[in-house]
Design a protein around this ligand. Structure first.
Ligand code: SMG
Ligand code: MG
Length: 368
């Protein structure tokens, strides 16, 4: 396979409601789409970097520049390209995993579409549906939070994740438990907002029967989680801290986490995601798929991954309408707390050209 051209498309997607985390409030999702054209097929992917480097060090303009100036030239220079070869070709470039993931996924999508094989099958996924959880942002007041949670439970979501930060943790979690009872599956995500000295405070969450606490401490502070795990009973799940299979291995070996959130963008692609899945499976550590407010393009690919057998916890793969009134693809839907794994070739979903055109803010075509 040879690449004929790559199109980088910037799209601005208005969110149905602002989404607040411990690090930012999002009202629009700026997205970078990568379209790879080969003689046989075209492939699509979505870069999950956000407009500012607040979730992690990557951000959209930086990702776009790395793709154009440093990643694509390495792929154009290759004699025979395949999705599986991309990782090795891009390895000399340090970091920039979200950018690498988008490029690898677009190449893989083109290859699989040409072969007529679904990404789920290529990855070895066995499930046809994924248990769907929803991530609920920080709200101004507890009553507003309860209304939001009620709406998602009524819609059928199988698990609720509350974003927390210092000052918005014990009270909202207590209120949700009190209102909706012990039976709802509940977890929290701090996006690195706490410090080791907060261990005793976080231990107070233990009374609420949470499935897990996600990324309580700084990205770099793996050892802090080992200490924290001695003080809290709620299982620690890592997100930002795990950017490779080696990180996952190390976090598990040292006891820094009991659960891993897998986001393909964060770890450099679906193939590294599968390696993390395998490392965790071998160690008896359950995993689930994280989300980055993807459009249908990224969501479809995440569904393929989440069909692997060790994705035993509900994933952050909600329906399109959780974030977007109009998705870039046919909407992804959730029924009875489950979302179907796409069955078509490649990522199994196509962008709707008119919608992409309408929401596009910039496009560039890059050729070998
Ligand atoms: O796609 O539903 C989604 C987003 C889920 O909370 C979510 N993602 O840290 O896990 C996380 C966050 C990262 C993005 S927040 C702007
Ligand atoms: Mg997270």
């Amino acid at each position: 396979m040879k690449i004929r051209a790559v199109e980088l498309i910037r799209v601005t997607m208005p969110l149905v409601a602002p989404f607040r985390t411990s690090f930012a409030v999002e009202t629009n999702r700026d997205v970078l789409l990568v379209r790879v054209e080969t003689a046989e097929a075209q492939g699509w992917a979505e870069c999950v970097a956000m407009d500012s480097p607040l979730y992690s060090s990557e951000y959209l303009d930086g990702a776009q520049q790395v793709i154009s100036d440093h990643l694509l030239p390495r792929l154009f220079a290759a004699d025979e390209l395949s999705g599986a070869a991309v990782g090795g070709l891009l390895a000399p470039v340090r970091g920039h995993r979200m950018a690498k993931s988008a490029v690898e996924t677009a190449v893989l999508d083109a290859e699989l579409r040409a072969m007529g094989m679904p990404l789920s099958q290529y990855l070895g996924a066995t499930a046809t549906e994924v248990v769907s959880g929803v991530s609920v942002g920080i709200q101004d007041t507890v009553p507003e939070l309860l209304d939001a949670v009620e709406e998602y439970l009524d819609a059928g979501y199988a698990r609720i994740k509350l974003k927390i930060e210092p000052g918005w943790d014990l009270a909202p979690v207590a209120a949700v438990r009190e209102r909706f009872g012990e039976d709802i599956v509940l977890q929290v995500d701090a996006n690195s907002a706490y410090h080791r000295a907060d261990a005793r405070h976080l231990a107070q969450l233990d009374t609420f029967g949470l499935l897990l606490i996600e990324q309580p401490l700084a990205e770099e502070d793996l050892a802090g989680n080992v200490e924290l795990a001695k003080v809290i009973r709620t299982p620690i799940c890592l997100d930002e801290s795990i950017v490779s299979a080696q990180d996952a291995y190390e976090a598990i070996r040292t006891g820094a986490c009991a659960i891993v959130n897998i986001k393909p963008g964060r770890v450099g692609g679906y193939l590294e995601s599968r390696r993390i899945h395998d490392v965790c499976a071998a160690a008896g550590i359950p995993v689930w798929a994280g989300g980055m407010l993807e459009t249908g393009i990224g969501r479809a690919a995440n569904l393929a991954l989440a069909g692997l057998s060790n994705f035993t916890l509900p994933s952050d793969i909600s329906a399109s309408d959780r974030y977007y009134a109009q998705d870039l693809t046919e909407p992804i839907t959730m029924t009875g707390g489950r979302v179907a794994v796409p069955t078509g070739p490649g990522i199994g979903i196509d962008p709707i050209p008119e919608v992409v055109t309408e929401l596009t803010t910039a496009r560039t075509v890059i050729q070998p």
